[in-house]
Design a protein. Structure first.
Length: 524
């Protein structure tokens, strides 16, 4: 299954054939309205457009001591240009991507950031207005679209592999990034007939050093795409699996012998997509009667060998997966009861409406038995998302998952640490109803957790694990935050074995950054 049953040209022709018209729910908002909302609620600084297309500064130490043995680069990516030409995008995931590099040299940390000037952005700069649709927003007058990469904002994640740094989106190609200039060098083409095909935002590194990834095509033939990239960065295998209906599939799991993909019932409805009157997000519908479909795919044949059905639920992120001797596959994920937090809440923030009214993700464990049955249950109390594991446990049984959490994950722990780390400060500027207020170490079997809560004026972003010693979980947890009171972005470093002691170091920048999405640490 290495060749398409139809040409890539037919795929792109099918994509471009759908007319794109304006609908009210996809319309961009006005910059002035958001500015007025931010004046009432300073916490909206988290979703303000970045103040310059390029930024650079050292971080100023505000607490603790930077571990001298921690060297390398924390690469980050996320939507940052939420406003252009006087208008705001309508969804958090729409903004043009900005790559960030936090460089650790053992003595300090420096920050560099730059908006990726993709072909999409250059075309709109030349036009002096918005002309291309985004994930959840349509401009008033849409220009011609030849394929998914015409809309590619390269704003979701970033990975370094095979000597290449790549910014990742969901709907099109990876973007080759110059690590020195932080500029977009062009789209990555794994094979001529795969140019422009979706390459997902959560590639997984296998135990042999290779990379797996997925992609989703919703039109004209719904299918799941499978990529195997070798250690040198070349395409080693590719296949596709027709599956209808399909929609947002953001992440997946790799075990010793299988890939596991969970397909939520938030799916593209062909008639909505074909109407051309909605954004790509609004072409989706919540269809709980489909349940959550699970595909277990053999890594050698790239063909499905098992299918499971679960109750309806919506998730973005997985932790890890492993197999038992009897063939049972265990994995974890952060799952919400439905899709609303990703649609309604993230749109409300762009309008300047602060508050999370929808059901948020929880950390859950899943067992897929070889007879086709399955068991899924909560593995911790409270809200949790952005799970990361010790990468040395990838595809093997793991005991620890590090995640951003909400109140209630580990009741009984004090809000202030008795150790030598950074203590949460009191604040008169609370971040109202922000669902992820701390970092925690969770256990797949629901055991004890270790956690630390950020002070209420600080909003944490995804934290990544950097190995140190040989035991699982022995390492550093590194992640950015936005300090609303200071009006600046910052960075924390934790001893991952002792989160409750607070960060061992924190530094801040002289400027704020909008909240980003995903990153990776490359040890130097």
């Amino acid at each position: 299954m290495n060749a398409f049953p139809f040409s890539r040209r037919a795929l792109l022709r099918g994509f471009a054939a759908a007319p794109l018209l304006l609908c009210s729910q996809s319309r961009a908002g006005r910059r002035e309205d958001f500015a007025a909302a931010k004046a009432r609620n300073p916490s909206l600084l988290a979703f303000e457009s970045v103040r310059a297309s390029e930024l650079a500064a050292p971080l100023k130490t505000v607490a603790g001591r930077l571990p001298p043995e921690l060297t390398g680069v924390l690469w980050r990516n996320g939507p940052a240009e939420h406003e252009r030409f006087g208008h705001r995008y309508g969804h958090w995931f729409d903004g043009d991507g900005m790559v960030q590099a936090f460089s650790f040299d053992g003595a300090g940390v420096t920050h560099r950031a730059r908006i990726l000037d993709t072909p999409k952005r250059r075309r709109e700069t030349q036009a002096g207005r918005r002309v291309l649709p985004a994930f959840g927003t349509l401009p008033p007058d849409v220009g011609p679209i030849r394929g998914p990469d015409d809309m590619n904002v390269a704003n979701t994640s970033i990975v370094q592999h095979g000597g290449r740094l790549m910014a990742l989106w969901e709907g099109g190609s990876a973007v080759d990034v110059d690590p020195d200039r932080l500029s977009a060098r062009g789209f990555v083409t794994w094979r001529d007939d795969l140019a422009g095909m979706p390459f997902g935002a959560h590639p997984k590194r296998d135990t042999d050093g290779g990379l797996w990834n997925i992609g989703v095509l919703a039109n004209p033939v719904p299918m799941l795409l499978l990529y195997r990239i070798d250690r040198a960065g070349s395409l080693a295998a590719f296949s596709h699996i027709p599956i209808s209906p399909i929609g947002m599939v953001h992440d997946f799991v790799v075990t010793a012998r299988h890939l596991v993909v969970l397909v939520p019932p938030f799916v593209v409805e062909p008639e909505r997509f074909a109407s051309g009157q909605v954004s790509f997000l609004d072409a989706h519908a919540w269809r709980p009667e489909f349940g959550t479909r699970v595909l277990v795919i053999d890594k050698n044949s790239l063909a499905p060998v098992r299918r499971h059905e679960l109750a309806a639920g919506f998730h973005f992120h997985h932790g890890n997966g492993w197999e038992e001797n009897d063939g049972t596959i265990n994995l974890d994920l952060c799952q919400a009861p439905d899709h609303r937090f990703a649609v309604e809440d993230f749109r409300a923030l762009m309008r300047g409406e602060w508050g999370y009214s929808s059901g948020q993700p929880r950390y859950r464990s899943l067992a897929l038995r070889p007879d086709g049955s399955a068991r899924i249950e909560d593995a911790a109390a409270g809200v949790a998302d952005f799970p990361r594991i010790d990468p040395r446990r990838a595809a093997r049984r793991h005991r620890k998952v590090f995640a951003l959490v909400g109140p209630g994950v580990s009741p009984g722990l004090e809000e202030e640490s008795a150790g030598d780390g950074v203590r949460p400060a009191t604040s008169t500027l609370p971040v109202s109803n922000w669902p992820l207020e701390g970092v925690a170490c969770l256990r797949h079997d629901g055991g004890e957790t270790d956690r630390w809560s950020y002070p209420p004026q600080q909003i944490a972003e995804e934290h990544v694990f950097v190995p140190r010693g040989s035991a699982e979980g022995d390492g550093w947890l590194v992640g950015p935050f936005l300090d609303i009171a200071r009006g600046s972005a910052g960075l924390s470093v934790f001893n991952a074995l002792h989160l409750a002691d607070g960060p061992v170091w924190q530094g801040v920048l002289p400027y704020p950054m909008p909240l980003g999405l995903h990153g990776t640490f490359v040890v130097g």
